[in-house]
Each structure stands twice: as structure tokens, then as C-alpha cells.
Design a protein around this ligand. Structure first.
Ligand SMILES: Nc1ncnc2c1ncn2[C@@H]1O[C@H](COP(=O)(O)OP(=O)(O)OP(=O)(O)O)[C@@H](O)[C@H]1O
Length: 762
């Protein structure tokens, strides 16, 4: 085996390079190889191999990366070694050349060494290759491990994120929990406070109930006040009319006094002129007398002269005597005349004085009457002012009462027992409570020993007169003139007194029903309101709904037929809130007499028939409508009111009515439309979204009156006959539900709807 130049030994530096500049370890090294010569002893190839093998083995204990680094390091070092060997080889060649012989002898060794070297180099190369392969494999592994690490890192990051989000959600859940706990405690507190509030509300409710009853009593008081105001108004009106009468009579007296004064003045003037004439006459007569007297004196002197002259003839004397006598006679007659004239003059002067006196008296009377008249005018103005104030107070109180009560009011009227009721021996089924709370408002029905009590806004006993009923309704009617929509309808079993209440008995003044009385009041008020600057125009229409068909009761062509066939009247609601019936006759009216005439005409056209329950039964719903348009030119106010007065057809049980044929059809139609009316009222009471107005002609026509902004009054008529107890109970139950129904707040129409001149029902 060929060794290196220093005798087959590897220099220590090379090993140091291979060993990373460290001393050999683990028993491998110069000490173990070369004994005690540690400083200058070189290593053999075996040493190197052993060292490398050991290093590699030792390195295998390390991690892949470290191994890899060490390998890379080794490879580098090996390269340096190779380089160094190559340099060493060059040195050797140089040494060969230098030391010729040594070289020759050593050449072989060197060749061997070279061979060895090349073998070793090959070996090392193959080791390097292997190491490279290993290195590549290690690198791949490393890359793989690296990617695994990255994936693990990613996984870790994801897990960290997940953990963070989990922590966050845990924190939020904790927050939620805390909040929920807080909420729960506040809810508990709320529950406590609600319980507290509930108690307080109960107390409040009790106090409200007390307040309500107080309000009720106040309402009653207000009603009383209203009645008093009404009475006062009537008294003021009476006073006013008395004052007016007094004023008119005073005016008449004044005119008469003026006339008599004028006459007296004329007489005085005439007398004065007569006195003047008489004075002139007197003067003339006096002048005459004076002249005559001077003549008489002249003549007397002449007579004396003649007497003195006795020589004159007796005839001449006789003549003179007669002349003298004549003159004396003339003189005495003239004296008489003068006396007469003087008497006349005195009488005329007396008369003149008298007429002066009476003229003075008349003047003072006239002045007194003028004063009284102006006083009366003042009182009249005051009374009128009071009337206006009273009127506005009345309106205010009336509207307040309506608002307090809700705008459907219900009156109940029980008619007297009639001959046909034949109930003399049967016990009474209808009674009226007399307690202060219920008097005038309560009614009790006794059915099979069970008492049913009802309360309404007003209950009229059988003895109540038409006037008494109207007094309670008059305020409502008056509202139509103030621009409200007013609807009054009579409901009840057939024969219970609806037509009697609404129309009354024709031809009987005291038995006039609500419709004629309302119209009289409206036209009277119209007259009175004229003083306040109001001008009203009124239009009337009347129709009946018979078997779900509309009939015009004012058409000149009865049965509503035209040349082309039967007229179809349709109810229409337009976008402006007007309801009208197409083609319906509308009549302008100026007095209640005109309306009475139209009412009579309509009554004759109404569908009336005889039933087992009523001799003259209305077989249709009668709708009377008055449209009132008022303009006040002084205040520039405009109002438009509607007054609907409705006499509904009577409800009746088919079994009881004994109807057949056409009557049966009529009864079915009547019952159907009345049940539609109750459906509408109940769905209004329940404040349902859909109100079935369209289910019948009656409800569709009355939609604006029932739908909220009108003042509506239902008069439920009841028969006291024991045989009608079931029907009466049904009617009262329906009325009680209507009474509990609030449909909105009435609205005043304070501007004339210019847009639509058609006749509107609301
Ligand atoms: N308050 C009353 N006082 C006196 N008589 C009355 C009164 N109410 C009703 N009557 C009489 O009772 C009868 C039936 O009354 P009315 O015709 O008004 O009933 P109705 O309810 O209109 O009946 P229908 O629904 O069948 O038309 C009539 O003869 C009427 O004069």
C-alpha cells in the first residue's frame, strides 16, 4: 500500500479539516493510533476511514437536518480534502521531479498510491454519490417533512383559529349568558313591577269605574243642564216672540199715533187757516161795522140836521127814517154776525188749543214709545245674543254627550197594548225599573219566569207621546243643519210601532211622527238661522227597498218603469265618499208643507200589505233623505248635512207570520236584509277589517251612515204583547249589542262638496 509523503500517513490538518477542526473523539485518534506522539503524528488511511465511519455512525444519531448539515459539511470538507490531495499530488510530482530517484522509487508507490488514490477517489466519489443520493433522499425527506411541517403548521394555525373563534364564541356565549342573567333579573324585576303595576291598575280601574259612574252622573247632570238650557231656550224664545209681538204692537201704536198726529197737525193747520179766514172775515165785518157805524153816525147827524130843518117834507123824513131803520137793522145783524164770528173764533181758538194739547200729548207719547221701542230693541238684541250663545252651548253639549256615549245611540219605545193583542188576562211581560239609576233608561222582560234586563240611552214607556219622543231626538235632527250626517232608523218586529214612530198617524196633528216633526223643526230653524246670515237649500229623495230592489217613491211614473222597461236603480259610492242612487228623483223643497205633500205621495206609493201581525204592514224599508246645504255669507262658512230617516220593514218569524207565496218571498227578503244589517253592526263592533256592507242593498246604501262619521240613532220598537215576548227579547238583544257598538267619531262637513252636485246619502 502506497502512503503519503510522510510515510503513508494523512497530515493532521487534513483530519482536522475532515473532523471540523476538532480533535478526534471516541477513542479514534492519534493517541489510540500512534500512541504517545500526539503533536506531529499523522493518521493512516484506516484512521481516516475509521474516523469517517465513526463520524457517520455518530452523525446518524442526529436529526435528519443535522445529518444533512453534517453531510453537506463533510462533503465540503471532502472536496477540500480532494483538492488538498490534488495539491498534495502536485507537490508529490514536484517532489518526484525534485527528488528524481526518490521519485522513481517512490513512483511505483506513487502510482500505486495514485491507483489507490484513484480507487479511493472512486470510492470517495461513489461515497460522495451515495452521500449525494442520501443527501437528495434526505432533502426530499426534508422537503416532505418540511411540507408535513407546513401542513402541521397550517393545521396548527387552523386549530389555533378554531380555538380562538371557539374562545370568542365562548366569550360571547358567556356574555349572552350574563346578559340573559341580567335580563332574567330585570325581567324578574319587571314582573315584580308589573305585578305592582297590575295592582295599581286594578286600583286605577276601580277609581276609573268610580270616575265613570261619576261621569255618568255628570252626564245625567249635563243632560239635566241641557234640558234646562232647552227649557231656558224655549222660555227665551217665548220671551223673544212676546217681545217681538209687543214690539210689533208698539210699532203699530206708533204708526197709528204718527198718523193721528199727522191728522191733528193737518186739522190744526186747517183750523189755523180757518181761524185766519175767520179773523179776516171778522176784520172785514168789523170794518163794515165801523163803516156802518160811521154811516149811522153820519146819518144820525143828518137826521138831526134834518130835524133841525123842519121845513123839509114828511116823505123825505119817512124815507130817511126807513133808511135809518134799515141801516140800524144791518148794523144789528152785522153785530150779531160779529158776535157769531167772535164765538166761532173763540171755539176755533179753543179747538186749536185742544189740538195743540193733544199734539203735545201725542208727541210725548211718541217719544215715550220711541224710548220703549229702543229699549225693546236692545232687549231683543240681548235675547238674540243669548239665543246664539245658548245655541252654541247646546251644540257643544250635544256633541259632548254624543262623544261620551259613542255615536250609535239606541232608544227603546214600547207601544201600548192594542185591542188585537187580547192580553187582558195574561200577566204583564214588560216592566220598567224605577230605581233612580235606571229610571227612563231601563226595561225588563219576563220570559218563562226569567227576568231579562236591558239599559238604553232612553226608554219610552207606552204612555210616551210622539212629542216626548221627538224632544229627545230634536238635538240630533238639529245637527243636520250644523253639517252632520244624521241617520235615525226604526227597528223592530212587525206591528211594534215603527211606522207610528217615524211617520205617525196621517191627519192627526198630535200623532205626527219623527219625520214630519223633524222637517218642521228644520224649516223653523232655517228661518231663525237666517237672522244669523245662514241660507239653506234642501233637497229630498224617498225610496223603498222592496225584495232587494230599489223603488223611487217620488217618480211620477210609479213602479219606476220607463218606456224602455223597468228602471234599475243602482247604489254607487264614488271616490269622494259620496253615496248616491242613480236616476233617483230629487226634489228641491222650500217648506215643510212641500215635504208633507211629498211624504203623502210617497206613503201612497209604499209597498204595504196585510199580515197576521199587522193590518197595515210595511213590506219594505223606507228611506227618507234630506240633503241640507247651508252657506253663511257673513262668516263665509259652508255646511252640508244629511238627514236619513228610515222606517225599516218589520222582522217577523216565518212560522208566526203565516206568510205564503209573495208574502213569504217578501218576508224572506226582509229577514235577510235585517240580518245583513246586524252582521254589519257586529263586525263594526268587533272592529273587523272587512265589514260586509255589500251583502244587502240596505247596508250598502247606509254604509256612510254606519261606517263611522255620522250620528246614528236606532229606535228599537217593542210590542208589550205577551205573545210577542220572544220577538221583543230578540229585538232588545240586538239593540243592546248595537248600543255597545262604537263606530267612530262624527265629522262635521263644513265645506260644500263642489265636486259633486249629485244627491248624496253621506
Ligand atoms: N205608541 C203608539 N201609540 C198608539 N198606537 C200605536 C203606537 N205604536 C204603534 N201603534 C199602533 O200599532 C199598530 C202597528 O203599528 P205600526 O204600523 O207603526 O207598526 P210597524 O212596526 O210599522 O209594523 P210593520 O213593520 O208591519 O210595518 C198601528 O195600528 C199603530 O197605530
Amino acid at each position: 500500500m502506497v502512503g503519503p509523503v510522510n510515510g503513508g500517513r494523512i497530515p493532521r490538518q487534513v483530519l482536522s479539516v475532515v473532523n471540523g477542526g476538532q480533535e478526534p473523539v471516541m477513542g479514534v485518534g492519534p493517541a489510540s493510533i500512534a500512541g504517545s506522539d500526539c503533536g506531529a503524528v499523522d493518521f493512516t488511511r484506516e484512521d481516516v476511514e475509521a474516523l469517517l465511519g465513526e463520524r457517520i455512525r455518530a452523525k446518524n444519531k442526529y436529526s435528519l437536518k443535522e445529518k444533512c448539515d453534517v453531510m453537506t459539511d463533510y462533503i465540503k470538507r471532502l472536496r477540500i480534502c480532494i483538492k488538498w490531495f490534488q495539491e498534495l499530488q502536485g507537490d508529490l510530482v514536484l517532489q518526484q521531479e525534485k527528488h528524481g530517484k526518490m521519485l522513481e522509487s517512490a513512483e511505483k508507490k506513487c502510482n500505486d498510491l495514485e491507483l489507490l488514490m484513484s480507487e479511493k477517489e472512486e470510492e470517495l466519489n461513489s461515497i460522495i454519490m451515495e452521500l449525494r443520493k442520501n443527501y437528495i433522499a434526505l432533502q426530499e425527506k426534508f422537503a416532505k417533512e418540511e411540507s408535513n411541517k407546513l401542513a402541521a403548521m397550517e393545521l396548527l394555525t387552523k386549530e389555533k383559529d378554531a380555538r380562538l373563534s371557539a374562545e370568542r364564541s365562548q366569550a360571547s356565549i358567556l356574555e349572552d349568558l350574563e346578559r340573559a342573567q341580567r335580563e332574567s333579573s330585570s325581567a324578574n324585576q319587571k314582573i315584580l313591577s308589573l305585578n305592582d303595576m297590575y295592582k295599581r291598575l286594578q286600583e286605577y280601574n276601580t277609581s276609573l269605574q268610580q270616575y265613570n259612574s261619576k261621569l255618568q252622573s255628570e252626564l245625567n247632570q249635563t243632560n239635566e243642564i241641557l234640558k234646562n238650557v232647552e227649557k231656558e231656550k224655549v222660555a227665551v224664545l217665548e220671551n223673544l216672540s212676546n217681545l217681538r209681538g209687543h214690539c210689533t204692537s208698539l210699532q203699530d201704536q206708533l204708526t197709528a199715533a204718527k198718523a193721528s198726529n199727522n191728522e191733528t197737525m193737518k186739522l190744526k193747520e186747517a183750523l189755523a187757516s180757518e181761524v185766519g179766514c175767520l179773523r179776516l172775515d171778522l176784520q172785514q165785518v168789523r170794518d163794515d161795522r165801523d163803516r156802518q157805524l160811521s154811516q149811522v153816525q153820519d146819518l144820525s147827524a143828518e137826521v138831526l140836521k134834518y130835524k133841525e130843518w123842519t121845513g123839509k117834507s114828511a116823505a123825505e123824513l119817512g124815507n130817511l127814517t126807513t133808511k135809518s131803520k134799515e141801516l140800524e137793522a144791518t148794523c144789528s145783524s152785522q153785530s150779531n154776525q160779529i158776535k157769531e164770528l167772535q164765538e166761532k173764533l173763540a171755539a176755533a181758538e179753543n179747538k186749536l188749543q185742544m189740538s195743540d194739547l193733544s199734539a203735545f200729548e201725542i208727541r210725548t207719547g211718541y217719544e215715550e214709545q220711541k224710548r220703549v221701542n229702543s229699549e225693546l230693541q236692545l232687549r231683543l238684541a240681548e235675547a238674540e245674543l243669548k239665543l246664539v250663545e245658548g245655541e252654541s252651548l247646546r251644540k257643544k253639549l250635544h256633541n259632548t254627550i254624543l262623544e261620551l256615549k259613542g255615536n250609535i245611540r239606541v232608544f227603546c219605545r214600547v207601544r201600548p197594548i192594542l185591542f188585537d193583542d187580547a192580553a187582558e188576562n195574561e200577566p204583564k211581560t214588560v216592566s220598567f225599573p224605577t230605581t233612580t239609576e235606571n229610571i227612563g233608561r231601563g226595561i225588563e222582560l219576563l220570559q218563562n219566569g226569567q227576568k231579562h234586563s236591558f239599559m238604553f240611552d232612553k226608554v219610552f214607556v207606552p204612555e210616551s207621546s210622539q212629542e216626548e219622543v221627538f224632544v229627545e231626538v230634536s238635538q240630533l235632527v238639529q245637527s243636520a243643519l250644523d253639517g252632520y250626517k244624521v241617520c235615525i232608523f226604526a227597528y223592530g218586529q212587525t206591528g211594534s210601532g215603527k211606522t207610528h214612530t217615524m211617520m205617525g198617524t196621517p191627519g192627526n196633528f198630535d200623532d205626527k211622527g219623527l219625520i214630519p216633526r223633524s222637517l218642521e223643526q228644520i224649516f223653523e230653524s232655517r228661518q231663525m238661522l237666517q237672522n244669523q246670515g245662514w241660507k239653506y237649500e234642501m233637497q229630498v229623495s224617498m225610496l223603498e227597498i222592496y225584495n232587494e230592489t230599489i223603488r223611487d217613491l217620488l217618480t211620477t211614473n210609479r213602479h219606476g218603469s220607463t218606456e224602455s222597461g223597468t228602471k234599475q236603480y243602482a247604489i254607487k259610492h264614488d271616490a269622494n265618499g259620496n253615496t248616491y242612487v242613480s236616476d233617483l228623483t230629487i226634489v228641491d223643497v222650500r217648506s215643510s208643507r212641500e215635504v208633507s205633500f211629498l211624504l203623502n205621495r210617497a206613503a201612497q206609493s209604499r209597498s204595504v200589505g196585510k199580515t197576521q201581525m199587522n193590518e197595515q204592514s210595511s213590506r219594505s224599508h223606507f228611506v227618507f233623505t234630506l240633503r241640507i246645504t247651508g252657506i253663511n255669507e257673513s262668516t263665509e262658512q259652508q255646511v252640508q248635512g244629511i238627514l236619513n230617516l228610515i222606517d225599516l220593514a218589520g222582522s217577523e218569524r216565518l212560522s208566526k207570520s203565516g206568510s205564503t207565496g209573495d208574502r213569504l218571498k217578501e218576508t224572506q227578503a226582509i229577514n235577510k236584509s235585517l240580518s245583513s244589517l246586524s252582521d254589519v253592526i257586529f263586525s263594526l263592533a268587533k272592529k273587523e277589517e272587512h265589514v260586509p256592507f255589500r251583502n244587502s242593498k240596505l247596508t250598502y246604501l247606509l254604509q256612510p251612515c254606519l261606517g263611522g262619521d255620522s250620528k246614528t240613532l236606532m229606535v228599537v220598537n217593542v210590542s208589550p204583547a205577551p205573545s210577542s215576548i220572544n220577538e221583543s227579547l230578540c229585538s232588545l238583544r240586538f239593540a243592546a249589542r248595537v248600543n255597545a257598538c262604537e263606530i267612530g267619531t262624527p265629522r262635521r262637513q263644513t265645506a260644500v262638496k263642489q265636486l259633486d252636485a249629485r244627491f248624496s246619502y253621506g
